[in-house]
Design a protein. Structure first.
Lengths: 414, 440
């Protein structure tokens, strides 16, 4: 194992907030980059105020929402609306290799941080922008959070049960893997290109486009076939039965807890394996169920009968049984399952526990992929607001004590 | 092709459904991705829907989407002669992406250690449901299993329904995106050090961060976040927050939240359309003036709420008085939306900084004016279909190394001659013999 990490020596100026930008920048830090997260007390990252918080604690340094996306970073507070703050920001931009922001086009324009502005300071900078809809086009200035983006991108209409309104996936879904992940791929490709040619470039990830990319087949079904797919619940056209089945209730804090097993039957061999797992009850021997077409036609009846069987068993028991028969099956896990019950995640050490000066010892999502020679590492917990102001000012911006004092007085370091 | 970011990389694509979007991302950034299809047929070509609903090897829409810019050869790597050909290819490759059950490649002599003897700096990316090691490494996976085991699924849907699987196949999408990122991280490392390595992607781990705050909520508070359906965390219908019916579909609105125009701007619009009903009277005028996030969050905090209630001048003394007013506002707003097209609400609303989002159907996405103006869709001629197929564009734009559709998705084995005969120098007769033997 080598000590050098893939991004050792790479410097990142993280001018983003919320999820899509910071998660991408966090992954850069995990694999060795020096990442300076720029915040401002004049305009706090909304996530710092959102639950969860450790019991009894309320400062903006202890939000689990914020902290999980900012491990490994240095933190600098800069008010770029002050002349000195903007000057310091520009010095940081001149210092970095990679710049990232998901601020709106309006904000980026007002900050004079368009690509053409950045290259004046840093000709070979790799600058990644994550506007909601793009820096051009009729909807350039449209606004919204993840909750608004999810319906626009098509996820809401296509997810869930048909008899329910399009309620989305329960989270600001594209913010966590799709958008930061695509951005990471693009930044790494740009680093590779820069290694070859010496040239940086501008990356623009319009969140609408990045989020709609995985839905391309559904869009193609419309443009090629005129068909408007609608949400199909937990079913799949090429599997039957398929979905989540209610199991024996668990107990949580003295109350019953609904528990579920998820699996699908994709071919006749799997159906026969399922039948065997159930002990070949009479209803399964109906000849109509022997083929996919037959199972599809009678899917309602099969689901109802299956549910009677699963309802008497725990999902863990069912996962073990079905997997032993070669059927892909999994417990519909909640966070308690993930953190405490899942022996596999524990063995792989997926969750990383870090000691944070104010929040205490907390779990963080580990690296999203493993590398055999340069495993990523969450080296430090999320930073406190402005935690590294002095360090960054001295070591990166080359400021003297007097200059730092001036920056404090002028509320540039704010 | 010369100004593509990854044009110097060759990728051998052995990926099944869980990883094929990863190799698409690499191909679309310029890599020479050679898809290796089993001579008996690539199962991904059998997944519908199909072009014009005609099931055929060149018509699966998901296959077409996931295999832009790739070449295709047919090869059975499990047979000794097939393995030998594969090894010849590895010698010319930078990356191999595979999604077999852990241990399979080792069992046929093509595991990471074996590949290193052929090409010491090879990058092998393995994408599976649960990763290469651990108690569940041998578990079989499907998309719904990944989504369930990663903690995502429990958060979606109405509490009276089973947990919702997101539109298929998000488990695979997350795994593929992380796999592409991991592969690129290895490429960057190799640029610096000359060494390759083995990348291990678990679909379960790749998607765990999609739990948003659920993991941290349990870790910090020992509370379990559950699915709350369309209301989310808000227990009552709040006018202007949620899904509303329109003449031609639905919109999602998120009024009164920070950053957008206030509710009074919405009332102005409703007045211009003559649909404000009695909202210009008290107590609605006061209610609308106050209808923003800080007021809404105070509904759960009695001391803060009282200060708000005092502004109603005695007409509204308690939450019990407030709820029917909010319901009425919600209904009037609903009638306004029901009289308008979703596109009008979305576009005209956004121009006034009112946070509307159209609930896009696939048709809406196909016709979205922003995507059209940005030239996101690409029409590609397909000689084998006698038609043009419209493809979605890339997730990102790179200024120096722009995305381009260099070639349409390949037919099975379309590049056998090009790759085996012209590039590897295997005599054509030999390839023909191997084809007859089912190796190629």
């Amino acid at each position: 194992m080598t000590k050098q990490q893939p991004l050792s020596g790479i410097k990142v100026a993280d001018f983003s907030w919320f999820g899509a930008g910071p998660i991408c920048a966090e992954n850069l830090a995990t694999f060795g980059a020096t990442v300076v997260r720029v915040e401002s007390e004049a305009h706090l990252d909304g996530l710092r105020s959102v639950a969860p918080f450790p019991p009894g604690k309320t400062s903006y340094n202890v939000s689990g929402y914020f902290n999980n996306y900012n491990a490994g970073k240095l933190d600098l507070t800069l008010n770029v609306r002050t002349e000195l703050g903007m000057k310091m920001a520009r010095k940081l931009i001149a210092w970095c290799d990679v710049f990232i922001t998901n601020h709106t086009p309006r904000t980026v324009e007002s900050w004079k941080m368009l690509y053409e502005d950045l290259v004046e300071l840093n000709p070979n900078i790799i600058a990644a922008y994550q506007p909601m809809q793009g820096f051009d086009g009729p909807h350039k200035y449209f606004m919204g959070f993840g909750a608004v983006l999810t319906p626009i991108t098509g996820f809401s209409y296509l997810s869930g049960f048909p008899n329910r309104p399009p309620m989305g996936i329960g989270t600001n879904y594209p913010d966590y893997v799709i958008n930061p992940g695509h951005t990471l791929v693009a930044i790494l490709a740009a680093l590779h290109h820069r290694k070859k040619t010496g040239k940086g470039q501008r990356i623009e990830l319009a969140q609408l486009e990045s989020s709609a990319s995985p839905l391309a087949p559904a869009i193609m079904d419309y443009t090629a076939n005129g068909r408007i797919n609608m949400r199909g619940g937990n079913r799949l056209p090429h599997a039957a039965p398929h979905g989540a089945f209610r199991c024996k209730d668990g107990i949580w804090q003295d109350k019953p807890e609904d528990r579920w097993i998820a699996f699908g039957i994709f071919n006749d061999a799997e159906w026969r394996a399922l039948v065997e797992a159930m002990g070949s009850p009479a209803w399964t021997l109906d000849a109509q169920y022997a083929t996919h077409a037959g199972r599809k036609q009678h899917e309602d009846a099969i689901e109802a009968s299956l549910a009677e069987w699963t309802r008497e068993r725990t999902p863990e028991e069912l996962m073990l049984l079905l997997q032993s028969k070669g059927i892909a099956a999994g417990v519909v896990q909640n966070a308690r399952d993930m953190l405490e019950a899942d022996e596999h995640l524990k063995a792989r050490g997926y969750y990383v526990y870090l000691d944070h000066p104010e929040a205490g010892r907390n779990a963080y999502d580990g690296p999203p992929f493993r590398m055999s020679k340069t495993p990523g590492e969450l080296r430090t917990p999320a930073p406190l607001l402005g935690q590294h102001n002095e360090q960054v000012c001295k070591e990166i911006l080359g400021m003297s004590d007097d200059e730092i004092a001036e920056a404090l007085i002028e509320q540039a370091l704010y | 092709m010369t100004n593509a970011a990854l044009s110097d990389l060759r990728v051998l694509d052995l990926a099944g459904e869980i990883g094929v979007y990863a190799t698409k991302l690499l191909a679309d950034l310029g890599a020479d991705v050679i898809r290796i299809e089993h001579p008996d047929g690539d199962p991904l070509r059998e997944i519908g829907p199909f072009w014009h609903d005609e099931a055929a090897a060149d018509r699966s829409l998901s296959f077409l989407n996931n295999n832009t810019n790739k070449r295709s050869i047919t090869l059975d790597i499990a047979q000794p002669e097939g393995r030998a050909l594969f090894e010849k290819l590895v010698a010319t490759a930078d990356v191999v992406v595979e999604t077999f059950a852990p241990g399979y490649l080792d069992s046929i002599g093509l595991g990471y250690a074996a590949l290193c003897t052929i090409k010491p700096d090879i990058i092998l990316t393995s994408v599976t449901g649960f990763g290469q090691d651990g108690p569940h490494a041998h578990y079989r996976w499907s998309d719904v299993v990944g989504v369930a085991m990663s903690g995502m699924m429990t958060l979606a849907g109405d509490k009276d329904d089973p947990p919702n699987m997101p539109v298929p196949s998000q488990g695979y999408t997350g795994a593929s995106i992380q796999a592409a990122a991991g592969t690129m991280m290895a490429v960057v490392h190799r640029d610096n050090s000359g060494e390759g390595q083995h990348i291990d992607v678990s679909m379960q781990e790749a998607n765990s961060i999609n739990q948003e705050t659920a993991m941290q909520t349990y870790d910090m508070m020992k509370a379990i976040r559950t699915r709350t359906g369309s209301r989310g965390a808000i227990p009552i219908d709040i006018a202007g927050i949620g899904v509303y019916e329109c003449t031609d579909g639905q919109v999602f609105s998120y009024l009164g939240t920070p950053g957008g125009a206030p509710w009074t701007a919405m009332l102005d619009w409703m007045n211009r359309e003559g649909m404000a009903e009695d909202l210009n009277d008290e107590p609605y005028v006061t209610l609308i003036r106050k209808l923003q996030l800080s007021f809404l969050t105070s509904l759960a905090r009695p001391d803060e709420l009282q200060k708000h209630l005092d502004e109603f001048g005695g007409r509204v003394k308690s939450v019990g008085d407030l709820l029917p007013l909010l319901m009425h506002l919600h209904q009037v707003f609903g009638r306004f939306c029901a009289s308008m097209s979703k596109w009008t609400l979305y576009e005209e609303g956004q121009k006034q900084r009112l946070m509307f989002g159209i609930v896009s159907t696939p048709e809406d996405l196909a016709k979205n004016p922003q995507l059209a103006a940005r030239g996101w869709y690409q029409d590609v001629q397909h000689d084998h279909l006698g038609a043009t197929v419209r493809y979605a564009g890339p997730p990102y734009r790179l200024s120096e190394t722009p995305w381009s559709m260099r070639r349409r998705p390949p037919l099975p084995g379309e590049h056998n001659t090009e790759v085996y005969v012209q590039e590897l120098g295997v005599p054509a007769g030999e390839i023909e013999r191997l084809r007859a033997a089912g190796v190629v």
